[in-house]
Design a protein around this ligand. Structure first.
Ligand code: SF4
Length: 564
């Protein structure tokens, strides 16, 4: 699709393909196909090699820097981007290769390989050139395992130093190394303190040991995540996790437990859930593996809805998604998706996170038991059934649509939803907050805690000019401010005199300007504009979403003297 679209725009364009998606049946769609690392293959084409399929030499010469040895060319590209009003993003490597071999992955066709490190001075020079001259908005750090060696600590420190001098890059994304807990924590703290990252992202994929084994990820130890999660959350770094829905070996129960297990490990901030995109050259696409797990895929064009502004945004989201296998069927796949959205809305976005944490750490009720009861209860009532009906209609349409070139949008209340399904659920639950908390009161009788949780949520009715007051028999604000996640936290004492707090919080404050938002929706009476302003501020951007946006944080205690 991307090649066809490029030729629509410019019929003269030469289309060169490579990377993890390329497979033989599609070779004819391209002018050239490069097998192996791209640098040498591209060089051969520039030097006049006319062959259709070009094999790169096996090892790239890392003495040549794509930035330092092509400064004029790269600066010209930046100028072109600027002239077109485009933000600059860069891809940056300090090594190549990965010692692991996860079944779903085809990281540059260099998995299960010795990691080849670039010269450190070259990396320092590149960091200085990229930050000072290119000033990128977005930096994708393309090492498969940043933090694999002590060298990465030096790289992180150099990046922090350079950013402190020039202010770039604005945002930074990296894949932490696996099984290097101490260094991962140190690295995250350096980058956080140096204002290079505003969240810590980690690919956990699944928490069940057997599912990890089935996906050739058995040599990555899940227990390490617990240490990383707890230490980072207590340091104040929001930690996001990535999970894959639909791994061979998974079941509905294992998936639900796995999502809740990562809350147990301390990762509360945002759970990003990806469908299993079966890459043609990944080990999982091998016929023996496909047979062993009876894998069924469906070609699906999907998107991150919030980013879709036109047809072109859909092009690169076509994937062969695993929708059934030996251990789960299509119906399970639909249910796993629905339950995922509830866990994201209720826990990640914070609609019930404090209540769940109280029951977990003061009463010993595991997150999975708490959420199972809560989600089952919501889904028994109209509130839940309304969401289930519309979301499952969308998922079932994805499963049954015939043409692989058709994009199927998610319709919510007859309108195309330009939000993620979990965002839609968050808005739906917030709109019906009273009803939601009535159902909760059937399950849990701590009415003071439930009222507190309901009152701290930022909803569209919140107006900073009027502010909000809360009055409690237990000091929940103090309790949750002091809570050590992962530790037993004694129930707070019931007070003789009610604790009262107030807030006129005017902003949603992230660690950077980029992640912060003004609360402005109270300034308009236009319903549509009000809704748009609320969505933009409260649901967030690519990163830094979740509880930190939807919960009022700036409370002042009303002194007892003025609280008769
Ligand atoms: S998913 Fe990450 S760790 Fe696993 S093989 Fe791919 S790059 Fe390596």
């Amino acid at each position: 699709m991307l090649a066809d679209r490029a030729r629509d725009i410019n019929p003269e364009v030469a289309v060169i393909a490579g990377g993890p998606h390329i497979s033989k049946p599609y070779y004819d769609r391209f002018d050239h196909v490069i097998i192996g690392e791209a640098e040498d293959g591209l060089n051969q084409i520039f030097k006049g090699n006319q062959e259709h399929v070009i094999h790169s030499k096996r090892k790239t010469d890392f003495d040549v820097s794509p930035y330092i040895d092509n400064k004029d060319f790269v600066i010209h590209q930046k100028k072109l981007a600027k002239d077109r009003g485009l933000e600059l993003g860069i891809i940056f490597e300090t090594n190549r290769g990965c010692p692991f071999a996860c079944a779903y992955c085809d990281w540059g066709s260099a998995t299960m390989s010795k990691v080849r490190q670039f010269d450190l001075q070259r990396t320092y020079d590149e960091i200085e050139f990229v930050c000072n001259e290119l000033k990128p908005n977005f930096w994708f750090h393309a090492d498969a395992n940043f933090g694999l060696t002590d060298k990465d600590i030096d790289v992180a420190n150099h990046l922090v130093k350079t950013k402190s001098q020039c202010g770039y890059p604005k945002t930074f994304y990296y894949s932490p190394s696996k099984n290097t807990v101490k260094r991962n924590i140190e690295l995250a703290k350096i980058l956080w303190d140096g204002k290079v990252i505003d969240t810590f992202n980690i690919g956990i994929q699944h928490a069940d040991k057997d599912v990890l084994m089935a996906n050739k990820r058995g040599n990555i130890t899940p227990a390490q995540f617990e240490r990383v999660g707890k230490e980072l959350i207590n340091y104040g770094i929001p930690a996001n996790t990535q999970m894959i829905l639909g791994m061979p070996g998974d079941t509905r129960d294992k998936w639900f437990d796995s999502l809740c297990q990562i809350f147990e490990w301390g990762f509360h901030s945002e759970t990003k859930v990806y469908w299993y995109n079966l890459l043609p050259n990944a080990p999982a696409a091998h016929p023996d593996y496909m047979d062993q797990w009876q894998i069924e895929t469906k070609p699906i064009i999907y998107n991150q809805s919030r980013l879709v502004t036109g047809q072109d945004d859909l092009i690169d989201k076509a994937a062969d998604v695993i929708v059934a296998c030996k251990t789960f069927d299509r119906e399970d796949w639909v249910e796993m998706n629905i339950e995922t959205r509830y866990l994201q809305a209720l826990h990640n976005f914070g609609i019930l996170r404090n209540v769940a944490s109280y029951y977990r750490f003061a009463e010993g009720i595991p997150f999975k038991d708490f959420y199972k009861d809560v989600i089952d209860t919501i889904r028994m009532h109209d509130l839940g059934q309304e969401f289930d009906r519309q979301y499952s209609a969308y998922l079932n349409k994805l499963l049954t649509t015939r043409s692989k070139n058709n994009y199927v949008p998610f319709y919510w209340n007859k309108q195309v939803a330009l939000l993620e399904p979990e965002d839609i659920l968050v808005l739906h639950l917030l709109e019906n907050k009273d009803e939601l908390f009535l159902y909760l009161a059937i399950l849990y009788d701590h009415d003071d805690l439930l009222r507190y949780q309901k009152d701290i949520l930022i909803d569209i009715n919140y107006n900073p000019d009027i502010g909000r007051k809360i009055s409690m028999r237990y000091d929940w604000i103090k309790y949750f401010n002091n809570m050590e996640f992962g530790e037993f936290n004694q129930s707070p004492p019931r007070l003789n005199k009610r604790a009262e707090y107030e807030t006129n919080q005017k902003d949603i404050i992230g660690p950077t300007d980029f992640t912060s938002s003004r609360i402005l929706w109270h300034k308009t009476n236009n319903t549509k504009r009000k809704g748009d302003l609320f969505k933009r501020a409260a649901l967030g951007q690519i990163d830094w979403r979740g509880e930190q946006r939807l919960v009022l944080k700036q409370w002042s205690k009303i002194p007892p003297a003025s609280n008769p």
